[in-house]
Design a protein around this ligand. Structure first.
Ligand code: GLA
Length: 633
C-alpha cells in the first residue's frame, strides 16, 4: 500500500468505526439500518446515457438532441429524467491549478468569457427542460478510454499530468467543480485508472501515462486490494456529501463487480455495477442479468444493483428482434435495475417507444416498495422471478426462457405464494390482457421469450409478509462471507470484444455465499433437519441481518443449520433483536436437529436484527436457515 492509499484506508476504517455504533463486534445489534442514506435514489434512477449510443464520440448537439427526444417522446414524463454524459467530454486538467477543462470544440456552450470552461450553461438548459444531468469520471488518474482504447475519439490532450483527468488526488476539487459549480445531479465513477495503469501497460511503458500500481486485479480476487479500492470510493462519497449536503445527487459506482464491491457498495453508492460491460448480444445480456439476479438482498431504496445500461434498440435487441428487446426490458424492470437507455434517441421509432415507454413495466420497476425480484424457480433453461409490489397484495411475475428453443413451463400459485384453490388474475404487461389461473397454469415460451404479468390473488399467508417477499426491507449487514468467492452461476458467453482469444471466461464477481431469499447462499433449496422450506432466508453463520419493520407486530421463523452446510461440527445459535435489544435466542442447534421455532413481539420496533453465531474463524462458515421467516400484523 502506498502512503496515500494507507491514509485513505485509515480514513475509511475510522468512518466504519464511527458508523458501527455498537463498537468492534460486527455481530452486535446496532438498532440501525446501515444502507447508504446519502444521495437520492429511493427508486432505481431512470434516464439516458451517451455511451452505448455514441461511445466516446459525444458532443453537445447529440446530448441536447437526446434530451429533447426524451421530452418530445414522452419518455421524460414517464420517468426517464437523467441525461448522462459518459467518457469523452474532457479536454484536460489545467495546470497548475488542476481545474478540469471541457472539450469546447464538441461542447461550444461550455466556453466561458474568460477563456475557461463550464458545463453550467448545459446543465441549466437540461434543468430548464425538467431533466437532470449526469457526468462521468474515473477513480484513478486516467479514464477507461485512456487505459484500454487509445483509438477512442476525444482522448484528453496535453502533458502526462494534463491528461490525468481522473479523481485520484483530486476528489474534493473535482466533485466541487462537477457537482457544485457545474451542478450535475449524477456522477458515474469508473475504475479503469486503478485497474489498468500498472507499470506493464504499454502506454505507461512508453511514457504516455504515469504508473499507478493497480488496486484491482480483475482476474484474481485475492490479488485485489478491497479496502483500498473501497476507501477511494468512500472519499468520493464524502466529497459528494460535502458538496451537496441536501443529498440531491446520485453516486453511480462503476467497478464492474470487482473488488468485492457487492459487499460495500450498498453503504457507499446509490447504484453499483455488478459486471463488466453489456453488449447488444443475447449471451452478454444473460451474463449481466446473472450478475444481479441472485443479489436480491443487496438492493434497497438508496442503493441498487446495476447490471449495466439497457441495450434495447440495438443489435440483438433491435426492433428486428422484438422478443429479445422485450425480454431485456422486462428482466431489467424485474431486477429493479436503473433503466438507463443507451440508444440514439434521434432514431426513435414507435415500436421502440412501446418497449422503452411501456407504462406497466416502468411502474413495476418504479414500484414504491423497492423489492428486487426473487427467483421462485431457477434453472439454466427457464427462470421464474417474482417481485412483490406495494404492500404485498400484488406481485409481478416473469417467466423467462433463456434458450433459443421453444419451451413449456408451468407457473404455480405456490410460486406466487398465493392460494391454489382461489382465482389468481394475471394481467399481461405487454398486451394488457387479463387471464385467470387456479392452482397452476401451463405456458409456452418462444425462444428467448419472457412472459410478464401482474398477479393478484389470495395470499397463502394473509397474516403478514414473508421476509423473502420484501427484500427491500432486509439487509445482510454482515453476511458471514469470510473469503470472497467468485459467483459460479454467471453465464459465461464469449466476450464480443475479445472473441475466443485467451483461455476463456473466468469472471471474478464475488458474491458466492451471500445471503439469499428462498435459497441457501450456495443456491440450494432451504432444508433443516430433513424439513424443506419453500420460503425463508439463507445465510451463513456469523451473520447479522437488519430488517426494517413496517408496522408489523410479530416475527417468527423456524431456524437451524441447513442440511447443505459444508462445515457442520459447531452448533449454531440464532437470536432476534429489536431496536438493539435481545428479544429471543435459540439454544445451540447442531447439524441435523429439527428446526427450532424462534419468535418475538416486535410491535413498535423500527429495526429487527437476525443474528446467527457459529464458530468464529471458520473459512467456510456453516449455512444457516431462517425458514418461513415472517413478520405478521
Ligand atoms: C467502462 C464502463 C462503461 C463506459 C466506458 C467508457 O468500460 O464500464 O460503462 O463508461 O468505460 O470508457
Amino acid at each position: 500500500m502506498n502512503k496515500r492509499i494507507a491514509t485513505l484506508a485509515a480514513l475509511a476504517s475510522a468512518f466504519l468505526a464511527q458508523t458501527a455504533l455498537a463498537g468492534s463486534d460486527p455481530l452486535a445489534a446496532t438498532g440501525q439500518w446501515s444502507v447508504n442514506a446519502r444521495g437520492s435514489a429511493p427508486l432505481p434512477p431512470m434516464g439516458w446515457n451517451s455511451w452505448n449510443a455514441f461511445n466516446s464520440d459525444v458532443n453537445e448537439e447529440k446530448v441536447m438532441a437526446s434530451a429533447q427526444a426524451l421530452v418530445d417522446s414522452g419518455l421524460a414524463a414517464k420517468g426517464y429524467r437523467y441525461v448522462d454524459i459518459d467518457d469523452g467530454w474532457w479536454l484536460q486538467r489545467r495546470m497548475p491549478d488542476g481545474r478540469l477543462l471541457i472539450r469546447t470544440a464538441n461542447f461550444p456552450s461550455a466556453l466561458t468569457p474568460d477563456g475557461g470552461t463550464s458545463f453550467r450553461p448545459l446543465t441549466d438548459r437540461l434543468h430548464a427542460m425538467g431533466l437532470k444531468a449526469g457526468i462521468y469520471s474515473d477513480i484513478g488518474r486516467n479514464s477507461c478510454g485512456q487505459a484500454f482504447t487509445s483509438t477512442f475519439a476525444n482522448q484528453p490532450q496535453g502533458s502526462v499530468t494534463e491528461r490525468e483527468v481522473g479523481l485520484y488526488g483530486h476528489a474534493g476539487q473535482d466533485i466541487a467543480l462537477l457537482m457544485g459549480d457545474w451542478n450535475f445531479d449524477l456522477i458515474k465513477v469508473d475504475g479503469c485508472g486503478i485497474r489498468a495503469m500498472g507499470p506493464d501497460n504499454p502506454t505507461v511503458k512508453s511514457g504516455q501515462y504515469r504508473a499507478l500500481q493497480p488496486l484491482v486485479d480483475y482476474d484474481t480476487l485475492p490479488r485485489t486490494d478491497i479496502p483500498a479500492s473501497r476507501a477511494l470510493y468512500e472519499e468520493v462519497a464524502q466529497a459528494l456529501a460535502k458538496t451537496r449536503p441536501d443529498n440531491s445527487y446520485v453516486f453511480s459506482i462503476c467497478l464492474w463487480g470487482a473488488a468485492d464491491v457487492r459487499s460495500w457498495a450498498k453503504q457507499v453508492g446509490n447504484m453499483s455495477r455488478t459486471s463488466e460491460d453489456i453488449s447488444p448480444n443475447w449471451e452478454r445480456m444473460l451474463h449481466n442479468f446473472d450478475s444481479s439476479v441472485r443479489r436480491e438482498l443487496y438492493a434497497h431504496p438508496g442503493s441498487w444493483n446495476d447490471p449495466d445500461m439497457l441495450y434495447v434498440g440495438t443489435g440483438a435487441f433491435d426492433m428486428g428482434h422484438p422478443v429479445e428487446a422485450r425480454s431485456h426490458m422486462a428482466l431489467w424492470a424485474m431486477l429493479n435495475a436503473p433503466l438507463i437507455i443507451g440508444y440514439d434517441l434521434r432514431k426513435m421509432t414507435p415500436a421502440l417507444l412501446d418497449v422503452l415507454g411501456n407504462p406497466r413495466l416502468i411502474a413495476l420497476n418504479q414500484d414504491a416498495a423497492g423489492n428486487q425480484a426473487v427467483l421462485a424457480y431457477d434453472s439454466d433453461t427457464v427462470q421464474i422471478l417474482v417481485k412483490t409490489l406495494g404492500d404485498g397484495k400484488e406481485k409481478a411475475v416473469a417467466i423467462f426462457n433463456r434458450t433459443n428453443a421453444p419451451v413449456d413451463a408451468v407457473l404455480t400459485a405456490a410460486q406466487l405464494k398465493m392460494l391454489g384453490d382461489a382465482d389468481i388474475t394475471l394481467t399481461d404487461l405487454w398486451s394488457g390482457i387479463t387471464t385467470h389461473l387456479k392452482g397452476e397454469q401451463k405456458l409456452q415460451l418462444a425462444p428467448h421469450e419472457t412472459l410478464i404479468y401482474r398477479a393478484s390473488g389470495a395470499r397463502a399467508h394473509p397474516e403478514g409478509l414473508y421476509l423473502s417477499e420484501q427484500p427491500a426491507r432486509v439487509n445482510p449487514a454482515v453476511d458471514g462471507v469470510v473469503e470472497p468467492e467468485a459467483d459460479p452461476l454467471i453465464h459465461r458467453g464469449t466476450i464480443p470484444w475479445s472473441s475466443t482469444r485467451g483461455g476463456g471466461q473466468h469472471p471474478q464477481y464475488a458474491g458466492w455465499g451471500g445471503a439469499r431469499a428462498d435459497a441457501t447462499p450456495y443456491g440450494q433449496a432451504l432444508k433443516v433437519g430433513g424439513k424443506p422450506f419453500a420460503t425463508g432466508l439463507g445465510v451463513l453463520a456469523n451473520s447479522r441481518i437488519e430488517v426494517r419493520n413496517g408496522g408489523f407486530r410479530h416475527f417468527s421463523a423456524l431456524v437451524g443449520m441447513d442440511d447443505s452446510a459444508r462445515t457442520r461440527d459447531t452448533p449454531l445459535t440464532f437470536a432476534i433483536y429489536g431496536d438493539g435489544r435481545l428479544l429471543a435466542r435459540s439454544k445451540p442447534l447442531p447439524f441435523g436437529a429439527a428446526p427450532f421455532r424462534l419468535e418475538a413481539n416486535i410491535s413498535g420496533m423500527k429495526i429487527v436484527e437476525l443474528v446467527v453465531i457459529g464458530r468464529k474463524g471458520e473459512r467456510y462458515p456453516a449455512v444457516a436457515t431462517w425458514g418461513e421467516a415472517v413478520m405478521d400484523k
